[in-house]
Every structure is written in structure tokens, then in C-alpha cells.
Design a protein around this ligand. Structure first.
Ligand code: 1HE
Length: 265
């Protein structure tokens, strides 16, 4: 394991741990509030991880994942700058969601507003018991601008998202799990460790399959059923043609590959 280094004037920590990249949001004094510079640095770290690693983790230094949009910076913005800011977030988060390697978010403390939007662009969310989620845009007189109206809405449903935005209430990790917004709730102090384990596991998959999971699944979800099934047949057949698939299928048939195990918990 290499020592973590910093990127973006210290806003990001970056560590390569075998096949996985661990990206840390590193502005704990402002609860990892996301300025434009911060989002640009995150995008650079994601691009780097994509060339160096087979899976990634995103976590927050300090007690919180992220307090969302940097409200100090946002309040100064003229209209068109706000549009461009939102589109920067869209590009950056899309480079995660529809990228080349899967990411896990390790969520501690607050995942609020844009912080929840960032988490919703990753592929798996691990939250500590004391983590909480909120969309206080209504309270602040603004609106989600980091892709939340699409991603959070699809994850937990527009009615629940609307409730969170209308009431500004905090939702616990266990309620968010029930809503489908997080996949794992873990003991406090263990989210990063669990996220790393999951990332290492994902990194062992065939690269093309991971790529297809990231890029085919959300697109097929947007298609008609008939178009989706046709696309699925094409992607499935392409995957089977890769040398990795041929080797892995052979390994299974010759009893060299791990079997699927019954769940442990
Ligand atoms: C910030 C931000 C921020 C904290 N922008 N500076 N997001 C919000 O509406 C959430 C606003 N933040 C909070 O509700 C709380 O800070 C937390 C629940 C996240 C954490 O509470 P706590 O008690 O640990 O920290 P704190 O004392 O409130 O904040 C510490 C410092 O961080 C303080 O600055 P200081 O100079 O007085 O030390 C805060 O001002 C600063 N800080 N959050 C700027 N968000 C693309 S569109 C997305 C739209 C949104 O994301 S809307 C949601 C915005």
C-alpha cells in the first residue's frame, strides 16, 4: 500500500491500494462542502483512478461524508455561472456513474444535499449507523443541481425525495437502507474498511463485465422493455466473447474457480 498523497491543493487525498484507488474528500473544517475547485479536483482523482485502478472508494475525512454545495461560494454566483457550476457537477458525477470502474461510497456523518448527490453517483453505498441524509435545498431557497433529481429520485423514488426536499428532514442510515438508498449499514467506525473490502472484491471481476454493469444497466433502465432486452442480448454476447470470460468459464468447469457460497449473515 502506497502512502496517501494529496491532489487539488490538498482538497483530495489519493491512495492506490493494490487494484483499488481510495479517494478522500479532505476539507473537514468545512464538513467537506463542495466548491467548484473541490469538484474539479475530485474529477481529476476519478480520472486518475480510472487509469490506475480496477475499483475505487470515495470517503470523507473528519466526521462527515459531505455537507454538499459550498453555500458561501454559491451565494455569490450570477445566473449563468450557476448553470455552468451545475453542469460541472453533472459531468464529474457522470464520470463516476457511467465510468469505467465501479466506486463505493463510505458514508459517515452528514451526506447532505450535494453530498448525497455525489454518493448517489457511486455504485454501492456503505453507511455507518449514525450517518444521516438530508436534502435541505427547500430551506436554503435553492434546488438540487448535482444530478439528484435524476439519480436520487431513481434510487429512492420521487415521492420520498420530494418528502426530503419539502420537509428538509434528516433520514437515518437504517431508514435510507429500507428506502433502497444505501446497500449496507455498518457499525460506526467501520464504513471505510467495509468499502475497501467491497472495492477489492469488485476489482476481481472481469473488467468488461464491470464496464457493462456501469454502462448498460442504467441505459437499459431508460429504454423500453423490448429495446432493453435486445441491448442485453448484444452486451451479453460481447461479454462472452472476451478472453477473460472464456478463461473464467473454463476455470469453473475444470473446478479451479470459487463456487457461489450461501450468505453468512
Ligand atoms: C459549510 C457548509 C456548506 C458546513 N457550505 N460551509 N448544505 C447544507 O445546507 C448543509 C449545511 N451544513 C450543515 O447543516 C452542518 O454544517 C452539518 C450538519 C453538515 C455539520 O454540522 P456541524 O455542527 O458538524 O458543523 P458546523 O459547525 O455547522 O460547520 C462547520 C463549518 O463548516 C462552518 O464554518 P466555520 O467557518 O463557521 O467553521 C460552516 O459554515 C461550514 N459549512 N456546511 C459552506 N454546505 C449542486 S446543488 C446541491 C445543493 C446542496 O448541496 S444544498 C445543501 C447545502
Amino acid at each position: 500500500t502506497a502512502q496517501p498523497e494529496t491532489m487539488g491543493d490538498g482538497l483530495i487525498t489519493y491512495e492506490l491500494d493494490g487494484d483499488i484507488a481510495v479517494i478522500g474528500l479532505n476539507r473537514p473544517d468545512k464538513r467537506n462542502a463542495l466548491s467548484d475547485r473541490f469538484v474539479i479536483a475530485l474529477g481529476q482523482a476519478v480520472a486518475r483512478a480510472t487509469t490506475e485502478a480496477r475499483a475505487g472508494v470515495i470517503h470523507g475525512h473528519g466526521k462527515n461524508f459531505s455537507a454538499g454545495l459550498d453555500l458561501a461560494e454559491h451565494s455569490e454566483k450570477p445566473l449563468f455561472e450557476a448553470v455552468k457550476g451545475s453542469r460541472l457537477w453533472h459531468r464529474t458525477f457522470q464520470s463516476i456513474e457511467l465510468g469505467e470502474i465501479p466506486f463505493v461510497a463510505a458514508i459517515t456523518g452528514a451526506a447532505v444535499g450535494g453530498g448525497f448527490e455525489l454518493a448517489s453517483s457511486t455504485h454501492i453505498r456503505v453507511a455507518e449507523e449514525s450517518a444521516f441524509f438530508a436534502l435541505p435545498e427547500g430551506t436554503r431557497g435553492i434546488f438540487v443541481g448535482g444530478g439528484g433529481s435524476v439519480r436520487i429520485s431513481r434510487l429512492i423514488g420521487p415521492a420520498r425525495m420530494g418528502d426530503m426536499m419539502l420537509t428538509g428532514r434528516s433520514v437515518s442510515a437504517s431508514d435510507m437502507e429500507r428506502w433502497g438508498g444505501v446497500s449496507y449499514v455498518v457499525e460506526d467506525g467501520t464504513a471505510l474498511t467495509r468499502a475497501r473490502e467491497i472495492a477489492h472484491r469488485m476489482a476481481e471481476n472481469a473488467e468488461f463485465t464491470n464496464y457493462a454493469i456501469l454502462n448498460a444497466l442504467p441505459r437499459i433502465a431508460d429504454m423500453s422493455a423490448d429495446d432493453g432486452l435486445f441491448t442485453e442480448a448484444m452486451v451479453a454476447s460481447l461479454a462472452t466473447m472476451t478472453p477473460e470470460a472464456k478463461q473464467r468459464l473454463k476455470d469453473f468447469l475444470e473446478k479451479r474457480a470459487a463456487k457461489v457460497q450461501a450468505p453468512t449473515s
